[in-house]
Ligand binder design. Sequence first.
Ligand code: ASP
Length: 298
Amino acid sequence: MPYALLIHGGADTRQPESYTDEEAANMRAALKAALLAGQTVLTNHGSALDAVEAAVCVLEDSGCFDAGRGAYLNVDGGHDLDSAIMDGRTGAAGAAAHLHTVKNPVRLARRVMEATSHVLLVAEGAERFAQDEGLEFVGADYFVESGTNVPEVNRPTGTVGAVALDTAGNLAAATSTGGTRERRAGRVGDTPIIGAGTYADNAVGAVSGTGEGEFFLRAVLAHDIAARVEYGGVLLAQAARTALSAKLTARGGKGGVIALDPAGVPVVVFNTPTMARGIVTAANTDPAVALFDEAFPV
Ligand code: ASP
């Protein structure tokens, strides 16, 4: 079975002109590094789960995106990180929300999935579990935005996510975020809610969303896309387009999704001026990345 890995670095309402050359170059480099990390897993016949986790970790560590090191501040000047991962083969899922000091939220989501009987852990309990699992922790000075310091330029943009199809034919999805700007402390968005921002089912597809989480939550958007395929018999690309238009754009929401169908056909839809994205497949082994309205294989 040929592999595929599709990633995003967030749908963004900023116009392309507002990105500095340095900022765009850093984002492109981070997307490429994430694709290579996931591709290494997939070409060695590793699992789609390992591939999405590896790719998202690179994006979390890059500081270029609103996840991990680049997480946005809340109105009180704190960080609240959320992540989820889902296994399309088994339907297993794990998520962690309202984290403050866990370096890689996606790793914790994976541990929740594999080492507990739960789906979602939050706040102190989640951090205590991360300690038990020996995950890495960071202090407030690790983050690009810290205290009241939001850089004027080269500021992180966008939630991150990945969907993968491995050589065994299994799908997985993972998403990680630092939340939206100007959110209240304690706010949790769609990213760690299975079915809202993240969903995977081998029979249907794998989906990772980005954008105004409240809209994704109310529409249960990732699962809505999957349900259109499962019950409506439409292609995943059509399902994603229709869902985005009916449940996001028509309701005044901004965002986008990436998705892969069971054959590895990639889908990217967004209604924002920009969306950072990247893809690598068995047929196209050179990673391709894009930020703006530019040449991209999908
Ligand atoms: N969906 C994320 C959230 O609402 C934010 C984003 O994707 O930009 O937390």
